[in-house]
Design a protein around this ligand. Structure first.
Ligand code: NAP
Ligand code: F7E
Length: 329
């Protein structure tokens, strides 16, 4: 039985990855940080199958202990302060968790179990003000937020530990990926939750920022398969994971409102509060290396993803799916 330690297991990706590894009959250890109120929403259904270890990415001693207890074959470092907008008002916490936290995790592995395979959750935000399109593994980085800067550090320290200590350390440069488990402040989930609230009569507007930004959005369930595949190769390497399609935030809004038969222009209000100090205007990934070397492929399209997220929010908020609701309309 293989053993895996996942940091960030309570988050969107951590929950899908834990499901995947449990299906593959891994013994799964999950690092959780102390919170005043328990936060198991994404993992409630598999909570009893995970071996929980208390720790924090900013506390090296807790990570050393986590590696000692779990003795992992594979470590997936998914924990981060991951919301870009929060990285301006909290740049230091973002740096300590999202940048230095990676070194802490790598150090814990190097000291206790250097033969463990290591996955780092790098991000397309590192490309920022893009210098070429589409973006691939060799595209230079130009981050546009404290989050993006922190991820560039995390990326290069992972490459450096691979080259310095011969560790099996991989970095997945993942473009935006979403699901019904996405945090409510990220744009896809904010829109699908907002549309469901409006449809159910729980809200009458949706306040948004820059509708012109373009993103390459995929489904999180597809992306965690790529993380696992990276750690099953003969050699460690870095891979871009993306859909190869880009859409504006406005297109996202249109699809979600159209799905429930509403005109977005009647409800969406532009609010400066949601406009960022510096924007990433366009992301579009070239994932040919991952397709060729990992045999990785997508299963869920953008439109289907948005519609299923609206469905899930309608179900959660109204306790009925849109299909059921349509029968009553
Ligand atoms: P997420 O839902 O925000 O989850 C973040 C996780 O990190 C949560 O489990 C959170 O725990 C944990 N965490 C935060 N600070 C921590 C700390 N100091 N110590 C220990 N755990 C901590 O993020 P996600 O969307 O699943 O993304 C997973 C990873 O991929 C992140 O590193 C993110 O930056 C990166 N990434 C995401 C995307 C994307 O589109 N989703 C794209 C590229 C890269 P709590 O539950 O206690 O808050
Ligand atoms: O914003 C625009 C916003 O917050 C997407 C994280 O997972 O992916 C994510 O980062 C776009 C931006 O994601 C609103 O300005 C407009 O252009 O959903 P988001 P993100 O910043 O792309 C990367 C790959 C990660 O690594 C990150 O961890 O949407 N936008 N109006 C808005 N965004 C939000 N959140 N809210 C709005 O009202």
């Amino acid at each position: 039985m293989k053993r895996a330690l996942i940091t960030g297991v309570t988050g969107q990706d951590g929950s899908y990855l834990a499901e995947l590894l449990l299906e593959k009959e891994y013994k799964v250890f999950g690092l959780r940080r102390r919170t005043s109120t328990p936060n198991y929403e994404n993992v409630e259904h598999i909570k009893d199958q995970i071996e929980w270890i208390d720790g924090d990415l900013t506390d090296l001693s807790s990570l050393i202990r986590a590696i000692e207890v779990s003795q992992p074959d594979e470590v997936y470092n998914l924990a981060a302060q991951s919301f870009v907008a929060t990285s301006w008002p909290q740049p230091i916490a973002t740096g300590e968790i999202t940048a230095m936290g990676v070194t802490n995790m790598l150090e814990a592995v190097r000291i206790v179990k250097p033969d463990a395979r290591f996955y780092q959750a790098s991000s397309s935000e590192m490309f920022g003000k893009v210098v070429e399109t589409p973006q691939k593994e060799t595209t230079p980085f130009y981050p546009r937020s404290p989050y993006g800067v922190a991820k560039v550090y995390g990326h290069w320290i992972t490459v450096n530990y691979r080259e310095s200590f011969n560790m099996f350390a991989c970095s997945g440069i993942l473009f935006n990926h979403e699901s019904p488990r996405r945090g409510l402040e990220f744009v896809t989930r904010k829109v699908t939750d907002g549309v469901a609230r409006i449809k159910l009569g729980l809200a009458n507007e949706l306040r948004m920022g820059n509708l012109d930004a373009k993103r390459d959005w995929g489904f999180a369930g597809d992306y965690v398969r790529a993380m696992w595949l990276m750690l099953q190769q003969d050699n460690p390497d870095d891979y871009v994971i993306s859909t190869g399609e880009t859409h504006t935030v406005q297109e996202l809004v249109e699809i979600a409102f159209n799905y429930v038969g509403l005109d977005w222009q009647e409800y969406v209000v532009l609010d400066e509060k949601f406009v960022r100090p510096a924007e990433v205007d366009l992301l579009l990934g070239d994932c040919n290396k991952a397709k060729k070397k990992l045999g990785w492929n997508l299963e869920v399209s953008f439109e289907k993803l948005v519609e299923s997220m609206v469905d899930m929010d309608l179900e959660r908020l109204g306790k009925k799916s849109f299909k059921q609701l349509k029968i009553y309309l």
